[in-house]
Design a protein. Structure first.
Length: 319
């Protein structure tokens, strides 16, 4: 189609149409374009579905950092999840019209896909010169780098080459199923993609997003610290309550032993002397207070006096 999409410079430096723009018309319709529902339409071969699914999830989980204009959340269209009922061509065109940008997952599979080529052509026809097309190189090599014997490795669909003088793709080659498209070795291409979608330089969105991540992490750490402190306070309170309860139990048992000793004295001053002394000792161990200590001394003296009175007349008293 010969449209210059602005990809003759680095994707970091170019400024695509702003996210959410809504002033185009569907060619030939004579009416205003429907309000766009999606910030990105993902065009891919079904053979590359693992990457497309991972990309869709990452885009829709992303939260825009402060200081960057555009929607807080990105809504991405992918045929398997978002196609409604009705005539395929009609539904396809409607969703392409509602999408701000077209993300093309480029690979030899995509190049051979009739559907991917059709989606590129329809998107450019609908959006005209303001069409924002973002190529992602998932597998294979750029077409201009392919020698004759490597023609099967060419990744760019023909419709993309017809629309762009020289497609510059975001490199996601060597992606493995289960990998994060926005983490580790793919952080740089991830921020390049976000920059294209939000229409800002990569450095701007990367710096602001990292700052947001640090703030969120600090909030999380502060919240966790507060929970730890609260738990420690509650645990300390519970331990103190248990210690107090144990102490009160010991005091109650000590008083019970003293009362039991008093009852024995009342019953017989000469009986159960040893048991009374044992009660006094136990009371002192449980509650070493002045009252229990005084009781113990009194019981020891009483035991000594009774035992002496009993055994001394027999001549076998040995204090």
């Amino acid at each position: 189609m010969g449209i210059d999409m602005g990809y003759t410079v680095s994707p970091v430096d170019r400024a695509p149409a702003s996210v959410g723009a809504n002033d185009d018309k569907v060619p030939g319709s004579g009416t205003e374009e429907p309000v766009r529902t999606y910030q990105a339409f993902i065009s891919y071969s079904r053979l590359d579905i693992a990457f497309a699914e991972a990309l869709e999830k990452a885009l829709e989980r992303f939260r825009k950092p402060a200081g960057v204009s555009g929607p807080i959340r990105l809504d991405a269209f992918r045929d398997t999840n978002d196609f409604g009922s009705g005539d395929y061509q009609t539904v396809l065109l409607a969703n392409l019209a509602r999408s701000t940008a077209l993300i093309v997952v480029c690979s030899p599979n995509a190049r051979a896909s009739v559907f991917v080529n059709d989606e590129i052509r329809h998107f450019i026809r609908i959006h005209g010169s303001r069409a924002v097309v973002i190529p992602i190189l998932l597998a294979g090599i750029p077409n201009n780098e392919a020698s004759v014997d490597r023609a099967d490795d060419m990744a760019f669909p023909q419709a993309l080459c017809d629309a762009m003088t020289m497609p510059l793709a975001i490199d996601y080659r060597n992606f493995s199923v289960g990998e994060k498209v926005n983490k580790g070795r793919f952080e740089t291409p991830w921020y390049m993609l976000l920059a294209d979608l939000y229409g800002v330089a990569r450095s701007v969105i990367e710096q602001r997003d990292r700052k947001r991540q640090v703030l969120n992490r600090n909030r999380w750490i502060a919240g966790l610290s507060a929970m730890v402190v609260a738990f420690a306070v509650v645990a300390g309170w519970a331990v103190n309550r248990q210690i107090l309860a144990n102490r009160q139990t010991d005091i109650a048992k000590a008083r019970e032993r003293i009362a039991q000793g008093a009852r024995l004295v009342a019953e017989s001053r000469s009986a159960n002397n040893l048991e009374r002394l044992q009660y006094a000792i136990e009371a002192e161990v449980r509650d070493p207070a002045n009252s229990t200590r005084a009781n113990l001394i009194a019981q020891v003296e009483h035991y000594w006096y009774v035992e002496r009175a009993w055994w001394e007349p027999l001549g076998i008293w040995h204090p």
